[in-house]
Design a protein around this ligand. Structure first.
Ligand code: APR
Length: 235
């Protein structure tokens, strides 16, 4: 059985990483377009670099929570693919081995001139004078608003092969990622774990668990194991 997990910022909330769409509409005090767009990079490189340096230092202080750990543990029994909108590495640090990052990876920089060059930022800091070996400046390895999502086709291909699809911690407001669920097979069991009111999903028969991921994910996993060990399908 192939379990596909589609995660967003909410799964890392209990690890101390803020979600994007908090009530004040600001992301760590910034409007998102001031720090997470190609225009922001052109306008004020140092603000963007400093913003992501802060995010990285925060991530280095954070630990995977019960939801990340429970999903990693699932690999001992099932084929599991994680598709995440998150740029943090908490799924990997929990032990998940197949993780697709749709929106890039915070702990990496990439070259602005050589699309194949990436560099891990072990101390969390990227400065304006850092370059790739060919001399191009480095930028955060983040897919900014308005940029293409190169891993989307891979993610769609994985979603089409899901027996179970678990959605957690995402407001499903940002496309194309939010449309991924529409590529799951018609008989795929779908679970949604999110403590807050949620945008209507077009797929029917979704099992909603209105709890934080740290509690809701282990609960969803228990339900999935029960349902599929008896050979039943989710309807
Ligand atoms: N457990 C599970 N879900 C939670 C928790 C929690 N403890 N706390 C909050 N949530 C839910 C919220 O109810 C909301 O539905 O997580 C969701 C967070 O939504 P967003 O902040 O919009 O995050 P996300 O959907 O990941 O954002 C998508 O937007 O800014 C961009 O590129 C960025 O990848 C990001 C994308």
């Amino acid at each position: 059985m192939h379990i596909v997990v589609f995660s967003g910022a909410g799964i890392s909330a209990e690890s101390g990483i803020r979600t994007f769409r908090d009530a004040d509409g600001l992301w760590e005090g910034h409007r998102v377009e001031d720090v997470a767009s190609p225009q922001a990079w052109l306008r004020n490189k140092n603000l963007v670099l400093d913003f992501y340096n802060q995010r990285r230092l925060n991530l280095l202080q954070s630990q995977p929570n019960a939801a990340h750990l429970a999903l990693a543990e699932l690999e001992s029994e099932y084929q599991v693919s994680v598709i995440t909108q998150n740029v943090d590495d908490l799924h990997e640090r929990a032990g998940s081995t197949k993780v697709i990052h749709l929106h890039g990876e915070l702990m990496y920089a990439r070259s602005t001139g050589n699309p194949t060059f990436r560099q891990r930022l072990d101390n969390g800091l990227l400065h304006a004078d850092m370059h790739c070996p060919e001399g191009f400046p480095l930028r955060p390895d983040i897919v900014w608003f308005g940029e293409a999502v190169p891993m989307m086709d891979t993610a769609i291909s994985i979603a089409t092969k899901a027996d179970v699809f678990i959605i957690t911690g995402t407001s499903l407001e940002v496309y194309p990622a939010a449309g991924l669920v529409n590529f799951t097979p018609h008989d795929c069991g779908i679970w949604l774990v999110d403590p807050n009111r949620h945008q209507e999903l077009s797929k029917q028969g979704i099992r909603c668990i209105a709890k934080p991921a740290g509690i809701g994910i282990p609960e969803a996993i228990a339900e999935i194991k029960k349902r599929y060990s008896t050979g039943g399908r989710h309807s």
